[in-house]
Design a protein around this ligand. Sequence first.
Ligand code: KG4
Length: 335
Amino acid sequence: MIIMAVESSCDETAVALVRDGREVLADCISSQVELHKIYGGVVPEIASRKHVEAIYGLADAALEQANLKREDIDAVAVTYAPGLIGAVLVGVNFAKTAAMALGVPLIPVHHIRGHIAANYLAFPDLEPPFLALVVSGGNTLIADVRDYTDLKILGSTRDDSAGECFDKVARVLGMPYPGGAALDKTAQQGDNTKYSFPLSKVADSELDMSFSGLKTAAINLIHNADQKGEELDVPSLCASFTETVREMIVPRVMKALDQTGHKTLAIAGGVAANSVVRAAFEAESAKRGVRLCMPPLKLCGDNGAMIGAQAYYEYLAGNTADQSLNAFATMPVDQ
Ligand code: KG4
């Protein structure tokens, strides 16, 4: 089954062609990152307009890349939630039109389920059940993936996502948006014990996380030093900050592994590219005899292929939509 998959939930427009949820035939992405850089973050209105401009060309490019014709498409899938609502709507409208014109099923896909499904592309033998950690620009959550379309949230951030936290601190340090990768690189030259940041705990929940206190503490430290004319050791600040993010995430995931008894951990989302987080998961998983799945960096960020992978299993589970499909800014992943 060949699925054309569309992703437009934030600042990447993407169209992919995926066979049977596992084989990527084409993966075309148009990133708007350069465009939003001057604003220090994504401007929703601009994102929507750029999706409109890019999406048709990307669909044609995907068909050309896969050497396929429109008639070869068996279904059209699309991210319908969560995301910037105007941006998601562009993809949803395109997918509805394409499905109607081609006379094929329409498959709505939850963006976070897509991030987890990036692992199905990278690890062909990976099958549920397993534990998943999603650490992206918009979300941070730990999920028990009981089956392809049966997920249970075990813990999630109560406020900001880890990615948002990286990006805001990087921005205050003058790094270009999205600053996570630049902050990671700078941190590699620093001492991660030089600055101490608060490690928040969420009352009554062992697995929920909180990043806003850490974000505010880091930003205040930078502003205070600036006002007093004190020089900061930026690499060490980045390293200490990253260490606190690691301390927030990694032990909770290990606890979730203990609670569920899962022997496989799949990690997804842009922050999974962080060198400290990656190294920590590699070490902890090896210690516990847990199989660690981390997709290559190009599958960690937003892409259409991951939506096509999840779409196949949503289709098998009967989760298709009609032309009344709408877009949603928020939606629980286990709904
Ligand atoms: O998954 P993604 O592309 O977008 C969402 O769906 O949200 O994740 C983007 C996030 C951004 O916050 C970016 O700064 C962060 O991933 N990121 C990193 C690194 N590479 C990307 N954060 C920390 N360290 C990195 N190396």
